[in-house]
Design a protein around this ligand. Structure first.
Ligand SMILES: *[C@@H]1O[C@H](CO)[C@@H](O)[C@H](O)[C@H]1NC(C)=O
Ligand SMILES: *[C@@H]1O[C@H](CO)[C@@H](O)[C@H](O)[C@H]1NC(C)=O
Ligand SMILES: *[C@@H]1O[C@H](CO)[C@@H](O)[C@H](O)[C@H]1NC(C)=O
Ligand SMILES: *[C@@H]1O[C@H](CO)[C@@H](O)[C@H](O)[C@H]1NC(C)=O
Length: 401
């Protein structure tokens, strides 16, 4: 396992190289200058420092290489809403969708959420003439889920549109049933061998997302490594005979592009909830204060502001949110005698005491004593959207140790 403190170590290293300032960014403009000035003609070293920094972060994030998302990569609103609730941003902006439901149960066991769109190019089986009301097959490529990530649940989200023509359903009693199946064998002659996963009876008269539990199928594909032939969705209209498969449940791209309608956002979305064994699960957060505490102008050990801006390493193309974050660092004196508010240990008190009589023994060090997590939303190497909780990214408290 990679020590999470390494990131803070790298930041502190930068801090040392760039000289001290109470409000530093990772590589501030003047800091860059300072590094190159320090290095003199060997200015390649500041690039080396950045490269090391980048490599360390990637390793910490469990990524093989820096993702380079294509221009067509789409971040589903659902993932953004999840991120906002996760990071406590939603309360501030009130930005999220009104009928967004936070998946409390699924999220409480996961530290990683991934979003997948189906692979349209793999689904068109040539020569197979689809019956208008036969179930539609969806293939999801889940191979980007790392082996050490244990999935706890998965849901298929389908967007259902209100039927405009209310005249057809005078009594507003129109109902339809949505069935979601796992496809067990490759389709032959247009026939699908399936197993029912989830079903719901829904009304015609509202537009909203419906979520279906597809955990058993996704667990068979990932944990049990059984072949993945995809999911099938069937829409049954109960109150009239004419079939309108797919017309108001957005399961396929419309032939006639309706203006203002965004297939990229309304298409089906498979969401997996997993845990890689590192750190705490996702929790709805109320944003904590980011102002450094204890602004007293003394030189004692305390927390200082340090903003890590992802654009400094040119990462704002694949990290969707946040743009950067307040990491803080610990710095200051640990004077004899150690005061209580310096969060010292008995050992630190003894060491400081010994230092006061024998300077060969160093004083206690000012280090982070409490760290907290941040969540990040990013696009991985395969253009898939990932929401992940990273432990020990922010200094909450400093102390003499
Ligand atoms: C699934 O995605 C992986 C990358 O994660 C890719 O290498 C592979 O070719 C894809 N499989 C299919 C059938 O498209
Ligand atoms: C949809 O129809 C049901 C049953 O008639 C009704 O109770 C409900 O209020 C309607 N909802 C909307 C948004 O019109
Ligand atoms: C159709 O609508 C009626 C009310 O108009 C309702 O009683 C019935 O359950 C609905 N479904 C079917 C299959 O008829
Ligand atoms: C000591 O720790 C607490 C809690 O972690 C923190 O609030 C406080 O600021 C710390 N003291 C110093 C001097 O940083």
């Amino acid at each position: 396992m990679i020590p999470h403190n390494r990131m803070l170590m790298v930041i502190l290293l930068c801090q040392v190289l760039l000289g001290e300032s109470s409000h530093a960014s990772l590589i501030p403009e003047e800091g860059k200058k300072k590094v190159s000035e320090l290095q003199g003609r060997r200015s390649g070293q500041s690039h080396e420092l950045l490269r090391d920094f980048e490599a360390t972060l990637l390793q910490m994030f469990g990524l093989q290489r820096r993702p380079r998302p294509s221009h067509s990569a789409v971040v589903p609103h659902y993932m953004l809403d999840l991120y906002r609730l996760q990071s406590g941003e939603a309360e501030e902006a009130g930005a999220h969708d009104a009928n967004f439901e936070y998946p409390e149960r699924s999220a409480s066991r996961a530290n990683t959420v991934r979003g997948f769109h189906h692979e349209e190019h793999l689904e068109r089986v040539e020569g197979v003439q689809e019956e208008p009301d036969s179930p539609l097959q969806f293939l999801f490529n889940l191979s980007s889920i790392p082996e050490d990530e244990v999935l706890s649940s998965a849901e298929l989200r389908l967007y259902r549109q209100q039927i405009e023509d209310a005249g057809l359903y005078r009594d507003h009693e129109g109902l339809h049933r949505i069935n979601v199946y796992e496809v067990l064998k490759p389709p032959r002659k247009g026939q699908l061998i399936t197993r029912l996963l989830d079903t719901r009876l829904v009304r015609h008269n509202i537009s909203r997302w419906e979520s279906f539990d597809v955990s058993p199928a996704v667990l068979r594909w990932t944990q049990d490594r059984l072949p993945n032939h995809g999911l099938a969705v069937e829409v049954l209209h109960l109150n009239h005979t004419t079939s309108q498969q797919g017309r108001h449940v957005r399961v396929s791209r419309s032939l006639h592009q309706v203006p203002g309608e965004d297939w990229a956002q309304l298409r089906p979305l498979l969401v997996t909830f997993g845990h890689d064994g590192k750190g705490h699960p996702l929790t709805r957060r109320v944003k904590r204060g980011t102002k450094p505490r204890g602004r007293k102008r003394n030189r004692n050990c305390r927390r200082h502001a340090l903003y890590v801006d992802f654009s400094d390493v040119g990462w704002n193309d694949w990290i969707v949110a946040p743009p950067g974050y307040q990491a803080f660092y610990c710095h200051g004196d640990c004077p004899f005698p150690l005061a209580d508010h310096l969060n010292s240990t008995n050992h630190a008190i003894v060491q400081t005491l010994v230092n006061s009589v024998n300077t060969n023994i160093p004083k206690a060090c000012c280090v982070p004593t409490e760290l907290s997590a941040i969540s990040m939303l990013y696009l991985d190497e395969h253009d898939k959207v990932v929401l992940k909780n990273y432990q020990e990214m922010v200094v909450e408290g400093c102390g003499c140790r």
